[in-house]
Design a protein around this ligand. Structure first.
Ligand code: ZN
Length: 468
């Protein structure tokens, strides 16, 4: 038997997930993600390591851009096979890929104009990485699979998807290869969620695998703030209502926005907060929320109970899904306290900027962060307590109340990852630690090696291993 594995992304870094598995003459790409770290973005423009037409199938763990964001380029450059993923992942990926393609087009146009004005050339051609048309071409290749149902991928090769509990439709994928009476399995963790999160189920435990690729985003950290997330949100709403300001929530369109709505709905039902108007001012988040409503079968028990009692957690008096920019701007004229949930999650673009402009200089308003803010983003500067920030070309004093709500992470931490691995009945032949910054991946690899005595490796970009 000869199995070959190549690490083409998320190897000692977090984004750009791509793993190529070759077995029985079949090439399988697990995830085809976009690099988002500034240092690695150039890799998005490089040709794929193997000709895309030579890849037989793609297995997609979930719809985050760092896992699916390069699919339109793969298809444009010649890939013709099937893209296997859950139905929810395929529906969310379409929304996310169209948005990404649109941003790529805008970005290219902006650069073209700037370079023309400045009479110079940038490091890459001023063309989009891929277009909306490229994204649309990839959609017919999406092939929905069901959790726990084996799917035949190629000669003697079977894949099985199980719930990863990370975002709606997310999967852990186990590939089993049979050759000359011998069997080997490779388990791809994708992104592993945390137990006891709202809406999605807990991650599935896997009891057996020969080789494992495990993520390590938080492989060197224990999540802080196991404080009551819902209570923290209630406190913000109540104090801001008393002060007479607005609550501005920069949020990611997938999972985080739905979680915030879920908590607000519960708080309203418990009578713990006043009835205020809540605007979900993100067409992308609204579209993704509709996908959630199509897939109640993916909810955890608590959410199913909620749905059976109250219909939908994404519908309540006072909630408005904002579609047009005109409607978005009209929010500013409403008197009294409102909550606005808008993208982007780190305040790097999108409608959130207008809402920040209208509220950041108001001491009675609150900016409520519910997600991680990367270094260098506007969100990070506000969270760090800078007294003045530049938004839409102007310096503005930060006078609003700034609150970071913890407990929203969709990634398992060091102990939760170790707990997930402890589901294995026997040690794997080898564990590969991926999808974490170098320090985090190495720290977690060392930790598991010490704890279990397993054979652990932390592969680097483009490493290739033969699995026997
Ligand atoms: Zn993810």
């Amino acid at each position: 038997m000869q199995l070959k594995l190549r690490f083409l992304g998320a190897a000692q870094n977090v984004t750009g997930s791509r793993h190529l598995l070759e077995a029985n003459g079949t090439r399988i790409l697990v995830d085809c993600g976009l690099y988002q770290e500034r240092d690695f973005k150039a890799r998005n423009w490089e040709p794929f390591d193997v000709p895309p037409e030579s890849i037989d199938a793609v297995l997609l763990t979930h719809a985050h851009l760092d896992h699916c964001g390069l699919l339109p380029k793969l298809v444009r450059d010649g890939f013709k096979g099937k893209i296997y993923c859950t139905a929810a992942t395929s529906e969310i990926a379409r929304i996310i890929l169209l948005d990404a393609a649109h941003l790529q087009e805008e970005d290219a146009e902006y650069k073209r104009r700037r370079h023309e004005r400045e009479g110079r050339k940038g490091p890459y051609p001023d063309v989009p990485l891929y277009t909306t048309a490229d994204a649309e071409t990839s959609f017919p290749l999406f092939t929905p699979v069901r959790y726990k149902q084996p799917v035949e991928i190629g000669d003697g090769i079977e894949a099985r998807f199980c719930d990863a509990g990370h975002v709606l439709g997310s999967s852990i994928i186990k590939v089993t290869v049979r050759q000359n009476g011998k069997t080997r399995s490779v388990l791809f963790s994708g992104d592993i969620g945390r137990p006891h999160r709202p809406i999605v189920r807990d991650p599935t435990y896997v009891d057996e695998a020969d080789y494992i690729l495990v993520e390590s985003t938080y492989g060197d950290r224990i999540h802080q703030g196991r404080e009551d997330t819902k209570k923290s949100i209630a406190d913000v709403i109540n104090s801001t209502k008393t002060a007479g300001g607005n609550i501005i929530v920069p949020s990611f369109a997938l999972e985080r926005s739905q979680e915030v709505l879920y908590y607000i709905n519960e708080l309203l039902l418990e009578d713990a907060i006043p009835h205020i108007m809540v605007f979900l001012d993100s067409p992308m988040a609204s579209s993704i929320t509709k996908v959630f409503q199509h897939h109640p079968e993916l909810f955890d028990e608590e959410m199913k109970k909620f749905v059976s009692r109250h219909e939908s957690p994404f519908k309540f008096a006072g909630l408005k899904m904002v579609e047009t920019t005109k409607e978005s701007k009209a929010i500013n004229h409403i008197k009294g306290t409102v909550m606005v949930i808008a993208g982007s999650g780190m305040c790097t673009g999108g409608r959130i900027k207008h809402h920040l402009v209208n509220n950041i200089n108001r001491p009675e308003s609150t900016i409520m962060f519910v997600g991680y803010q990367a270094i260098g983003t506007l969100g990070r500067r506000i969270v760090n307590g800078e007294k003045e920030v530049r938004i839409l070309g102007q310096k503005r004093p930060v006078m609003a109340n700034v609150v970071q709500i913890n407990g929203f992470s969709a990634h398992a931490d060091k102990e939760e990852l170790a707990q997930w691995l402890s589901g294995l009945k026997n040690p794997p032949r080898k564990l590969f630690v991926v999808h974490g910054e170098s320090d985090s991946a190495k720290h977690f690899g060392h930790y598991i090696r010490e704890k279990t005595g397993w054979n652990v490796a932390v592969p680097a970009y483009k490493d290739e291993v033969v699995l026997d």
